[in-house]
Design a protein around this ligand. Sequence first.
Ligand SMILES: Nc1ncnc2c1ncn2[C@@H]1O[C@H](COP(=O)(O)OP(=O)(O)OP(=O)(O)O)[C@@H](O)[C@H]1O
Ligand SMILES: [Mg+2]
Length: 349
Amino acid sequence: MKLFSSKSKSVVGIDIGTHSIKVVELAGNKVNPKVVAWGVAALPSGAFSENAIANSELVADTLSGLLVSAGVKSDNVAVAVSSSHAITKVLGMPSGMREVELEEQISIEALHFIPYPIEEVNLDFEVLGPSATTENEDDVLLVACRRSVVEDYVDLIESMDLSLEYVDIDTYALERVYRSQNSLSPNSKEPVAVFDIGSSSSHLMIVDNEKVLYSRHQNFGAAQLVKLIRKEYGISADEAEELLNSPQPPADFLQTVQDPFVEMLKQEVSRALQFFYSSSSHSNIDSVVLTGACCGLAGLAGDLELKLRSKVSILNPFSDANVQFRRDAIVTKAPALSTAYGLSLRGLG
Ligand SMILES: Nc1ncnc2c1ncn2[C@@H]1O[C@H](COP(=O)(O)OP(=O)(O)OP(=O)(O)O)[C@@H](O)[C@H]1O
Ligand SMILES: [Mg+2]
């Protein structure tokens, strides 16, 4: 199974997370993407955990229902493996090598830095272009991923009679969305911090104008928010989810739930940034861009901005896209759909 592919056809991006599955189908082209279908469906607990498929039947049931309710048209799909299961490295390789030679050479190089038996990993590579530092060399991106994790996705998609066109890494899908948003390009020379808040974990990615400089997972997510709500109001997890998606939260919600959660978020983002600063020559960032379903909290960016004293915005993957149906509903769901959107962008060439 190739992690990269050069085919170009419309695909459905499927982002499977601990809490829910998100799908986006785009058509058109990168400049004028058109949203054909989108949707979100909560997963039963135990279906997906530790960033991998834990119960494929539960995932398949939820996914097949979602593909129908979202109005998905294409059978061609793209999925993402969590970067926590992948090792990536940029290698310098002599320019002009034939594909087979390159493959052979890369398999040898990979032995040096992959901490698992080579037969347990899925290897793939992509030639990025001429090296900026060494003459007559190309930069080649090597991606190694646990074979068992990838195979679970392959089996899931094949069991549903869908055609798996791309297995991507979630970080690349998010980076693709970020780069597709012209309005987010940093004005300063400092990089931007993209912070994806999931349910059980979060992921910080530091990007500059060209590449991802740093990437880190943290055990923090919207599950903390649900925990705060349950404790404060003495309600079940399902009721807490309902409350989060109701248009009228309780009067004391901002003070008793949102503010403590934003304080935790601030601590997590600050901690992640400190790790980045200590491992790089940077001591500042341009701004923070948030993504993930919990960005549906009204006023989240402004609240965090005050505490963090850094510019904060929320990634809206659909800002440059043509959405012709359920346009109002997509506004609150948009940040949850970033990774699925980035996966679907793969199909637009
Ligand atoms: N409107 C909303 N406001 C705030 N939080 C929300 C809202 N809708 C959903 N959430 C929370 O967001 C979380 C789900 O986020 P998301 O779909 O990004 O996670 P996931 O991708 O399934 O998880 P992970 O990436 O950790 O595997 C849930 O915990 C849910 O309670
Ligand atoms: Mg997620």
